[in-house]
Design a protein around this ligand. Structure first.
Ligand SMILES: C[S@@+](CC[C@H](N)C(=O)[O-])C[C@H]1O[C@@H](n2cnc3c(N)ncnc32)[C@H](O)[C@@H]1O
Length: 182
């Protein structure tokens, strides 16, 4: 968390980015961008591309602005609004991250499927069983094959002279690819 904005942990970001297989020229949508931590990493990789960070919360927008400045990024734009409506004016993406949907998962995944370029990939991160099951069903319906992994990371923290393992909430990462011949 940064303030009251949830942030994707570094270890989860690494796997999420690996599933995306980003190329330098990719157009990326980060839907429910939160603090912008994933948007920033994507923008650092897609140096000749462009990242759109879609976020509805003013606190999140503020954090993304600070992060953009701190990293000196000019290939990242904040889209303040609620998806799926907020996606309408964006250029079609090569890669899409969904980090939050706020009850609009069906509409968001439908819009993404219509707009995703052939060969494009979508990665959905979920923390509840219900959202994971719903996302799995929708992704299977749209894309056929779905890759799903659950990540449980324990960080080592100092406790006096000892080191304890502190578990973090598991995250389910679902990903799928739009076939190139669509
Ligand atoms: C778990 S956080 C994302 C964390 C983010 N990946 C990061 O690293 O900071 C989910 C975010 O999605 C946003 N959100 C939820 N539904 C949304 C929607 N329909 N449109 C835009 N933002 C949304 C929330 O405001 C919240 O900041």
């Amino acid at each position: 968390m940064r303030g009251n904005v949830p942030m994707t942990k570094e270890e989860v970001r690494v796997i999420t980015l690996a599933k995306a297989r980003l190329a330098p020229n990719h157009v990326v949508w980060d839907i429910g961008a939160g603090t912008g931590s994933l948007s920033v990493e994507a923008a650092l990789q897609a140096t000749g591309g462009f990242v759109y960070a879609v976020e509805r919360s003013p606190a999140g927008i503020h954090l993304i602005q600070s992060n953009m400045k701190a990293f000196g990024l000019d290939n990242l734009k904040i889209i303040e609004g609620v998806a799926p409506e907020a996606l309408d004016e964006l250029p079609d993406p090569d890669r899409v991250f969904v980090g939050g949907s706020g009850g609009h998962l069906t509409g968001i995944l439908e819009s993404v499927y219509q707009r995703l370029l052939p060969g494009g990939r979508i990665i959905v991160n979920t923390i509840t069983l219900e959202t994971a099951a719903h996302a799995l069903e929708l992704l299977q319906q749209f894309y056929g094959d779905v890759d799903a992994v659950q990540i449980s990371v324990a960080r080592v923290v100092k406790a006096g002279a000892s080191h304890l393992l502190k578990g973090m909430n598991p995250v389910t990462v679902l990903s799928a690819e739009k076939r190139a011949n669509y």
